[in-house]
Design a protein around this ligand. Structure first.
Ligand SMILES: C=C1C[C@]23C[C@@]1(O)CC[C@H]2[C@@]12CC[C@H](O)[C@@](C)(C(=O)O1)[C@H]2[C@@H]3C(=O)O
Ligand SMILES: O=C(O)CCC(=O)C(=O)O
Ligand SMILES: [Fe+2]
Length: 338
């Protein structure tokens, strides 16, 4: 359902809110897999309910995250810079991208979480257990989704996708993003009749600039504060309604390549215009560095032959990190003439 609302941004096409396809993981298995495949083909994004990640695991990580982001700047900087793991503030990646976001980035390897937690928390084992507990639960959901995808696409080897993130050497990442509340003074100026600022200028505060997620799958949980937007085919940016009880799942570039373009990795961004802080936890499910990414032959058709050349996740990651946030990278791996 797409709900129309007046446009706050003049230079862009009219905005509206979008209710993503809602998939109930407790439904009958073949129906869940059919719906997931359809959502990944049509939208590249869906909302997962009854996902089974225990509330206490989510709540503990949320509390620990707010505790960290509530510390003084000097304290937080001790856990930085994000190179790429650790604490980052406003700077995203290494190529000059900035946004109104501060974050913690972790490799999901348990040893590296324990080591990083020493610099993050006064109670490192509490913090690292919260992060590890969440990762374990959400990785389980990721594996389940990937198995359901293989089943729904009639790929005979139903572990072909999930195997990549079950591998001990998987290169998955957890990102905790904190978008501070818009300072009240700015909010007041925004609505004040005497304001000299164009009322829409402040609505343009970018939290995390537009981009595609490079990995296989992203599983995102946010608090009840809006901000995430996805770009539809016609260039329209639509806000996703936040729902802390569900998980927002999106297709990454690697899954688009492995499904031979049947699934779409969709451009998205985060605006930071709220008077409440947004906190999101993004799990990026990635293969091991040496894994060979190649389109599944079962998904070739006479009309759509193999679209992408084989590449390793290390190759793709290298290309990703050498480019600006908003850049399209998957096209570099497309076969010529396709
Ligand atoms: C500017 C950058 C940050 C990023 C690496 C990159 O060079 C381009 C992709 C960015 C992104 C987007 C999705 C994830 O948040 C992320 C961790 C990833 O894998 O690719 C970030 C990278 C990052 O912040 O390090
Ligand atoms: O913080 C969010 O809601 C989404 C962030 C995001 O897209 C990312 O970290 O890749
Ligand atoms: Fe993203």
């Amino acid at each position: 359902m797409v709900v129309a609302s007046p446009s706050p941004i003049k230079s862009e096409k009219r905005q509206s809110s979008i209710e993503l396809p809602i998939i109930d993981l407790s439904m009958e298995r073949s129906e869940v897999s059919r719906q997931i495949v359809k959502a990944c083909e049509d939208y590249g994004f869906f909302k997962l309910i009854n996902h089974g990640v225990p509330h206490d695991i989510i709540d503990t990580l949320e509390e620990e995250s707010f505790k960290f982001f509530g510390k003084s700047v000097a304290e937080k900087l001790k856990a930085g810079p994000a190179s790429p793991f650790g604490y980052g503030c406003k700077n995203i990646g290494f190529n000059g991208d900035v946004g109104e976001v501060e974050y913690l980035l972790f490799h999901t390897n348990p040893l590296s979480i324990s080591q990083n937690s020493e610099l993050i928390s006064n109670d490192p084992s509490k913090f690292s257990n919260a992060v590890k507990g969440y990762i374990e639960a959400v990785r389980g959901v990721g594996c389940e989704i990937l198995d359901l995808i293989a089943e729904g696409m009639w790929v005979p080897d139903t572990s072909v996708f999930s195997r990549l993130i079950r591998d001990v050497d998987n290169d998955s990442i957890l990102r905790l993003n904190h978008y501070p509340a818009l300072p009240l003074t700015l909010k007041e100026r925004d609505t004040s009749p005497s304001s000299t600022l164009h009322p829409h200028q402040l609505s343009q505060r970018i939290g995390f600039g537009e981009h595609f997620d490079p990995q296989i799958l992203t599983i995102l949980r946010s608090n009840d504060v809006a901000g995430l937007q996805i770009s539809l085919k016609d260039g329209l940016w639509v806000p996703v309604i936040p729902d802390p009880t569900s998980l927002c799942v999106n297709v990454g570039d690697v899954l688009q390549a492995m499904t031979n373009g049947r699934f779409v990795s969709v451009r998205h961004r985060v605006m930071a215009n709220s008077c409440k802080p947004r906190l999101s936890m993004a799990y990026f499910a990635a293969p091991p560095l040496h894994a060979c990414i190649t389109p599944q032959p079962e998904l070739f058709t006479p009309h759509v032959p193999s679209l992408y050349r084989s590449f390793s996740w290390a190759d793709y990651k290298k290309a990703t990190y050498s480019l600006r946030l908003g850049e399209t990278r998957l096209d570099l791996f497309r076969k010529l003439g396709n």
